[in-house]
Design a protein around this ligand. Structure first.
Ligand SMILES: *Cc1c(COP(=O)(O)O)cnc(C)c1O
Length: 490
């Protein structure tokens, strides 16, 4: 299958590209994104054929249906990474929490956040394409906390790929920072930036525009790629767990094959939700996809009113920081799939120039036939964490936002799959605050008090971070980033 451009073709880019080309250079004509030319159909017979398939077998079949240009043995070794999740037989457990609400836990991988679901196999795929082309790639990422550790973990010691990862110093949790600064491999560089996440992201943009930087890359024979979810190489792995979670409900006798369910997704850049959208379009019986946000509720407003309006808006920090976002990149792929490239280009151009766009009434109705949305503020989120804990379920603040959409967006009493995107260990101060009222605790203290409250132990993989030697010591001014990265790649 080939990939085409969400904003149409400018005559300079190829009219369509293969999967590996879309992975290596994810940005297309007019700043658009690559999207599948058509989606494979996964009808009821596909689903019933995979009722008893394990995760890897199902994943293999879905990837085969996409007919991507990746060698079979590469796909096998990419999927083999799911064997290192907590339970190799079921890397994504789905647990019943209450009534119609089932939680699909996407955080049983090495960095304890759902980014591993896609980035783990993506690392193998990207590195193998780079090797077969005998090219070297540099991945630059600016992270607010979860993408950085997952990208470093997957590319650690991989051939033909280097990663430079920037995080705002003081802007991540202790656990997230330690996951990054204790990574030790020659092909990884971690840089703490004095400033907030916006400063870090702007520094990255500036770097990408710098002529000296580009010249140096060319001189060293290094190409640039990206590991954020504009890269379809991540999205493809994010369709799989939606289908797996549905089949889990069938296996648990919670539904009969063919019954409709709600998917309930804590959303930021909309990669996770887009995977659910594709699964629905491919034939998974989904009533609607519920989009949960925090106080940065631009997606709620889009889905409720058809207006995407950035004017006078600034990101507000919340207790679910991985969703603190105003530009939600993957919405573009939904617009493209539903309304075509001409309209998508028009809307995106308007967003760039006028900082807002509005869908027509008809377009809005189409969106609302697929999605519903609401947002959950920090206090509501804490209340949901406390309530779920009283019922025996410990969850993180991102997952908690879905409990609001579960309460406010469902029109039918259908089974609902809430996606849990982080283990409790990654956002422990917020959870400790919700459970015990304690404030301003460091991660290590919060971890201890939650463990005590819950009668569990802190997982070794997290506890061990506090004793691991820090190998990545750079904390620098924005203006020194270029120099630092040039030194790293030379
Ligand atoms: C990245 C992330 C999200 C948001 O996912 P998108 O695919 O960007 O919508 C939600 N929760 C956590 C914990 C994350 O790390």
């Amino acid at each position: 299958m080939n990939f085409i451009e969400t904003r149409g073709n400018d005559g300079n880019h190829p009219a369509s590209v293969t999967f590996s080309q879309a992975i290596l250079s994810p940005i297309s004509s007019f700043g658009g994104l690559y999207s599948p030319q058509s989606l494979p159909e996964l009808d009821q017979s596909f689903l019933s054929a995979h009722i008893d398939s394990d995760y890897k077998t199902l994943a293999r079949a879905i990837l085969d249906a996409f007919a991507i240009d990746i060698d079979s043995d590469v796909i096998d070794s990419a999927l083999a990474l799911y064997d290192d999740f907590d339970d190799p037989d079921n890397p994504v457990p789905v647990v019943k929490v209450k009534d119609d609400l089932y939680v699909s836990e996407l955080w049983h991988g090495p960095t304890r956040a759902f980014k591993d679901m896609a980035l783990q196999p993506f690392g193998v795929v990207l590195s193998s394409i780079a090797q077969s082309r005998q090219e070297n790639y540099l991945i630059l990422t600016a992270t607010s906390g979860d993408t950085g550790p997952a990208a470093l973990e997957t590319f650690k010691n991989k051939a033909n790929v280097m990663v430079a990862c920037m995080y705002p110093d003081g802007g991540t949790s202790d656990v997230q920072r330690l996951q990054m600064v204790t990574e030790d491999a020659d092909n990884l560089k971690v840089i703490g930036v004095k400033g907030d996440f916006d400063d870090t992201q702007n520094a990255l943009k500036q770097l990408l525009g710098s002529a000296t930087f580009k010249a140096k890359l060319t001189e060293n024979n290094i190409h640039l790629s990206a590991a954020n979810s504009v890269n379809f190489g991540r999205i493809i792995f994010q369709t799989i767990y939606h289908i797996h979670s549905y089949l889990e409900l069938v296996r648990q006798n919670a539904i009969t094959l063919g019954d409709k369910v709600y998917l309930d997704v804590p959303s930021g850049n909309f990669g996770n939700a887009l995977g659910g959208y594709y699964a629905k379009q491919m034939g998974l019986p989904v009533e609607k996809i519920l989009i949960a946000s925090n106080n940065n509720n631009i997606l709620t407003r889009l889905i409720k009113t058809g207006k995407y309006d950035l004017r006078d808006l600034a990101v507000v920090p919340t207790t679910s920081p991985a969703m603190d976002i105003l530009i939600s990149s993957n919405i573009e792929r939904v617009l493209f799939d539903l309304f075509g490239d001409t309209r998508t280009r028009e809307l995106m151009q308007q967003l760039n120039e006028e900082k807002n766009y509005a869908l027509t009434a008809e377009e809005l109705a189409t969106i609302q036939s697929i999605f519903a949305a609401d947002y959950c503020d920090d206090d509501e989120g804490k209340a949901y964490i406390k309530q779920a804990f009283a019922g025996g379920y410990l969850m993180d603040p991102h997952t908690a936002t879905c409990f609001k959409t579960y309460d406010s967006c469902r029109e039918k009493d259908l089974r609902t799959i809430v996606y849990s995107t982080a283990e409790w260990t990654k956002f422990s101060p917020v959870i400790a605050n919700a459970l015990t009222g304690e404030t301003d605790s460091h991660d290590i203290d919060a971890l201890k008090s939650i463990a005590q409250e819950a009668g569990i132990t802190i997982p070794a993989i997290i506890n061990g971070l506090f004793d691991k030697p820090v190998t990545q010591n750079s904390v620098i001014e924005k203006s020194d980033i270029e120099k630092e990265i040039l030194a790293f790649i030379s």
